[in-house]
Write a protein that binds this ligand. Structure first.
Ligand SMILES: [Zn+2]
Length: 246
């Protein structure tokens, strides 16, 4: 354990939070990236469904305003949550670091008068604190690289899958409300929804993964991703077949 008092540890944690925590501008930027990721995924999945039922969409088709507003709100919430998680993890890293830190200790020379000894101790304590901060900064730099290395792809995957789910659901809502006219060669009664991939860890998703549902039952299928790390999505099939986008 480092030679550091509880108030010093608290002050250090606060300083680390200020130095490394996300600023409002960073959080806003993350929210914007999340929003764009979700909206792109909505457009892509909606267009894929339209292609499957051979209906023409305007090339500049955009999701309705209320859905865009909802995505903006979710994006802001998720960015705030990423920022909060980061800040909490930082604080926890500082705590762990301080608990295991072994300072290399130099002793003042035992000669000269008491005043000299006191001065030496103060200098050494100051140097020890500098060494501790340098070691902490190096530790945090490593940790952040690692954290961002897995966190960024995790966020991208969750937001893309959520957007994909929202786009497919919007299309099925529109189909259900007769806003979509299927192509002449498409028999609407053969439309179905597959939950892919078939495999699933033993969790909530295993009840749905690999199943195929009549499209009219789409609201019986849960939203995906159903949990962190969920790999499932819904695909619209016609005659039991997925129509790949050209
Ligand atoms: Zn899943």
């Amino acid at each position: 354990m480092a030679d550091i008092s509880a108030p010093q540890a608290q002050a250090l944690t606060k300083r680390v939070g200020t130095a490394y925590g996300f600023t409002q501008a960073t959080e806003d930027h993350i929210a914007q990236l999340i929003y764009q990721t979700r909206v792109d995924a909505i457009i892509e999945s909606y267009k894929a469904c339209a292609h499957t039922v051979q209906t023409q969409l305007a090339p500049d088709w955009m999701p309705p305003k209320r859905l865009l507003e909802e995505q903006a709100r979710i994006a802001r919430d998720h960015a705030a949550s990423v920022s909060e998680t980061f800040r909490e993890s930082l604080a926890s890293q500082v705590k762990q670091f301080l608990a295991s830190y072994q300072p290399t200790r130099a002793q003042p020379q035992d000669q000269g008068d008491n005043q000299d000894d006191d001065d030496d101790r103060k200098v050494l304590a100051g140097l020890a604190l500098i060494a501790l901060r340098a070691a902490l900064a190096a530790h945090l730099a490593n940790w952040m690289q690692d954290w961002l290395g897995w966190k960024a792809p995790q966020v991208a995957q969750v937001e893309t899958c959520s957007g994909d789910n929202a786009g497919t659901t919007l299309f099925l809502d529109d189909l259900s409300n007769n806003y979509i006219q299927v192509g002449d060669n498409v028999d609407i009664t053969t439309l179905a929804i597959a939950v892919v991939p078939e495999e699933s860890s033993r969790d909530f998703c295993s009840d749905f993964a690999g199943n195929v549902y009549a499209w009219v039952d789409y609201d019986l299928i849960p939203d995906f991703p159903a949990h962190v790390g969920c790999i499932h999505r819904k695909l619209l099939l016609v005659n039991g077949v997925l129509q790949e986008m050209p």
